[in-house]
Design a protein around this ligand. Sequence first.
Ligand SMILES: C[S@@+](CC[C@H](N)C(=O)[O-])C[C@H]1O[C@@H](n2cnc3c(N)ncnc32)[C@H](O)[C@@H]1O
Length: 339
Amino acid sequence: MLAAKTTLIHAEEVKNILIKKNFLDHRYLPIKEFGVIFFPLLKKVKIPKAEIIDVAMDFPKKPLPLTIEGLLENKISKEELKKIPKSQEIIGTILILEIPEELEHHEKKIAEAYLLLNKHVETVVKKAKMHEGTYRTRKVKVLAGKKKKETLHLENGIKLKLHLEKTYFSARSANERMRIAQLVKPGEEILVMFSGAAPYPLVLARHTPAKIIYGIELNPSAHQYALQNVEINNLQNKVIIYQGDVRKIVPSMHQTFDRIIMPLPKTSEEFLDVALPKAKKKGMTHLYAFFNEKNLADEKKKIKNICHQLNYNVKIIRTVKCGQFSPGTFRWCFDLMVM
Ligand SMILES: C[S@@+](CC[C@H](N)C(=O)[O-])C[C@H]1O[C@@H](n2cnc3c(N)ncnc32)[C@H](O)[C@@H]1O
């Protein structure tokens, strides 16, 4: 094999020339021996302060950076590898593996590979079902690593303790939460309907000059996590969480709000009759919904009609695509202003 031999004193200088001129064979590591060093070369060249020789020894191969492709090489076929989605959701130390049905017979191998790939991941699970029911929870099955379903997730400077089966949570909504936070003005009073384990109230409390943020959550387990999360983040002075049905609790609240957040995309619009009477004039309501982009105009009309029938004149200030629900169906937010 071709090598550039030089003394240790000139090693750095020679190496820099080899890199600059693209002569270094990056697949191999150099070899040091008795005050000299041999750099593996791609071709025969002339380099100042180095002797170009053909050596009999084998250069050690450079370890490849860990990739899912590298870890699964020879374990599943190249075609199958291409079908693994590039981005996987990680909540705390738990990775939620998403693979197509046709790769399920390889799920353990793939899960083990992700465990090796990501140092922070301690458990790999797969969704046994989609989010369902009023609480929007789902079952998960542990495929690799520690057998646990509770974790501590870090998002936007807050800590969230969660149980993957007992409370809804999506790490993929982190940017959307920050988008809302950036809209908040000093002194705002905010209501988060359907608050879950409290990601919205806590992100808004941490990052905005809001005066107070109320959260309401029906699921008793999610509510318990929300209470713990308020404490863990030491935000008791800005966040108040109630457990119960928004339909009962909101009408009994005396306040009106500068901002109301409605993160229940399956059926948010069914609660506009509860939310709108509590929105201040020129206040903002963020209403989430799932639909296909081609239905955007119809969905806008539908929301305007519901508000109109409730005797509210509402302007859609913006429509934001903020996540994917299934192929072709996205999570949208309507930013509504009550006029
Ligand atoms: C899609 S999750 C969103 C949770 C949280 N905001 C988040 O982003 O992680 C919707 C939440 O609404 C709660 N929920 C459903 N119906 C409700 C109601 N009538 N009153 C209060 N909460 C409700 C569910 O239990 C669930 O936790």
